[in-house]
Design a protein around this ligand. Structure first.
Ligand SMILES: [Zn+2]
Ligand SMILES: [Zn+2]
Length: 536
């Protein structure tokens, strides 16, 4: 059993415990352990066998016992029992149709339903109104949702990192390839798809239904099916005869408008052959949003990145020391890493004062003595106060090697004030980069009211770069805004804002987001050697 499989089972257990209204601390603990395990380079099964799994962050005796059971027997008895009792397929279908998980469980219990099909039958037979708490209005909503089940869409998308795991795991299990929004690296994925080559589609469709990630089918045809996860996320499986695999991939990858503009697509075994037959240059998936058939630019690649310019350590809210972060960045093949811990105004977590910064500089110097020629840079993520001043004195900032400026508190400001606030900060000669410029949290918090056009003008005048923050719920600037920034002549920085060694792995998400904004290596500051960063 590999790490992603173990993590999936812990996640499933957390989802079902949530439905069973277990202690929220318990469910959160399972989710956190799942996240840790997913990011681990070493096989967790091995750690369980050698009794060392408790060394992992967030793994206590309770979770260790579950992991031992899972590794030794291949399943977790409590999970199997919850799956029997709570009918996850019904919950998955319910969520997909827009019903809350509790409501689905309530329906299942009241009507003695076990499966998604039984829910459909009960609804058709008019039994839903017999359930306490289901009024005529809710019944009508459910019936309507069931009627348009086939083209129902989830209400909010799945974050890119989770979608990559989900679709990647299913593609791997079926020997297929990830497609849909994931392959275009959309920040919030709605169309999740896997494409498989198969002369005979039946065995693959049968395996798809049996996957632990898929709890119910909402559509099934000869060559394709749509399944849902326990979270109600729909996943499309497309099978294509091997001689038409490329055609199916192009169709399942591009946004509808992009694909429509290329139709009719010729049959071909791989994508290159499809594009060749069309007489159109091959197009990177990240650019397949709007119709485009020209020569794509040479987009920035992950291997172009020479260093990470935004990360945290135990000095603020990070979980790893300066030296460990530096070592991990060096192991990634980077030349440099800027430590950018918070300043006091951030509030919720510890922030560094001028005195802390002096002491941290000693620790950085010691790390550099060990890690040379790799360089750890003395940086800061300095809060922009509500009036546009920075949270540290100018002479302290001037002494640092890399200064990020960030809006954290007071994000509800009207546009004029917010734009003025950011503009003011960018005028400070020490500021090199504006962090997560729009301040969004995908599906959770709207963007700050910030006039980006004005920010681009000032950034260009002051030689300040804009960040493409790689935290999965941020991805800020978005691809669309990266494109606007580049058109305005502004440079970008691809950063992870890592709070742990594993967090450094989000560089791929940042680079992909930059690619969605048509960025080339020349547009990205941290594709340059250390001298260019220090000389800037
Ligand atoms: Zn920040
Ligand atoms: Zn940060």
């Amino acid at each position: 059993m590999n790490n992603p499989q173990i993590a999936d089972r812990l996640d499933a257990l957390a989802s079902l415990l949530e439905l069973a209204e277990a202690n929220p601390y318990t469910t959160r603990a399972y989710r956190r352990a799942a996240e840790t395990i997913r990011g681990m380079p070493t096989p967790v099964a091995e750690l369980v066998r050698t009794g060392r799994v408790r060394e992992l962050r967030g793994v206590g005796p309770g979770i260790e016992a579950r992991l031992r059971e899972l590794v030794e027997t291949g399943e977790i008895a409590e999970l199997a029992e919850l799956e029997r009792e709570l009918a996850p397929d019904l919950v998955g279908l319910g969520r997909y149709l827009g019903l809350g998980a509790r409501r689905s469980v309530q329906l299942a219990r009241a009507l003695g339903l076990r499966t998604a099909d039984e829910l459909r039958e009960a609804a058709a037979a008019g039994q839903l109104r017999n359930v306490p708490g289901i009024g005529p209005k809710t019944e009508a909503q459910i019936l309507e949702a069931l009627a348009r089940e086939a083209d129902s869409r989830p209400r909010s998308g799945t974050l890119l990192n989770r979608a990559i795991e989900l679709v990647g795991g299913i593609a791997e299990a079926l020997g297929g390839e990830p497609a849909g929004d994931v392959r275009r690296w959309r920040d919030s994925c709605e169309a999740l798809a896997v494409v498989c080559a198969a002369a005979d589609p039946a065995p693959i469709l049968a395996r798809f239904v049996e996957l632990p990630q898929i709890v119910a089918l909402v559509e099934q045809e000869e060559r394709r099916a749509v399944g849902v996860t326990v979270e109600g996320v729909p996943i499309e499986l497309v099978t294509a005869a091997p001689e038409r695999l490329g055609t199916a991939l192009v169709r399942a990858t591009g946004a509808p408008a992009y694909v429509a503009a290329l139709e009719p697509l010729p049959d071909a075994p791989d994508e290159e052959a499809v594009y060749r037959a069309l007489g159109v240059p091959w197009c990177p998936p990240e650019l397949r949003e709007a119709p485009f058939c020209g020569e794509p630019p040479a987009l920035v690649e992950p291997r172009d990145i020479r260093g990470d310019l935004h990360c945290h350590t135990t000095w603020s809210d990070g979980r790893t020391s300066v030296e460990e972060m530096g070592r991990a960045a060096r192991a990634r093949g980077y030349d440099y890493l800027a430590i950018c811990d918070h300043t006091p105004a951030v509030g919720a977590v510890r922030g560094l004062t001028a005195d802390d910064i002096r002491r941290q500089a000693e620790e950085i110097a010691a790390a550099n003595a060990v890690l040379a020629p790799f360089r750890v840079l003395r940086g800061i993520e300095c809060d922009i106060l509500p009036d546009g001043r920075l949270d540290l004195a100018d002479d302290v900032l001037a002494n640092l090697e890399w200064v990020q400026a960030s809006v954290h508190g007071g994000q509800r400001m009207p546009e004029r004030e917010m734009t003025k606030r950011v503009e003011e900060a960018l005028r400070n000669p020490s500021v090199r980069c504006l962090s997560h410029p729009k301040g969004r949290y995908i599906n959770r918090r709207p963007e700050n009211a910030l006039n980006l056009e004005r920010v681009f003008e000032v950034a260009l005048e002051e030689g300040v770069a804009l960040e493409v923050n790689g935290l999965p719920p941020r991805l800020d600037l978005s691809g669309e805004h990266v494109r606007d920034a580049l058109r305005a002549g502004v440079e970008i920085v691809c950063s992870t804002d890592a709070h742990s060694v594993a967090g450094l792995g989000n560089m791929g998400l940042s680079v992909a987001t930059a690619r969605r904004g048509w960025a080339t290596a020349a547009d990205v500051v941290n594709t340059r050697p250390l001298g260019a960063i220090l000389g800037g």
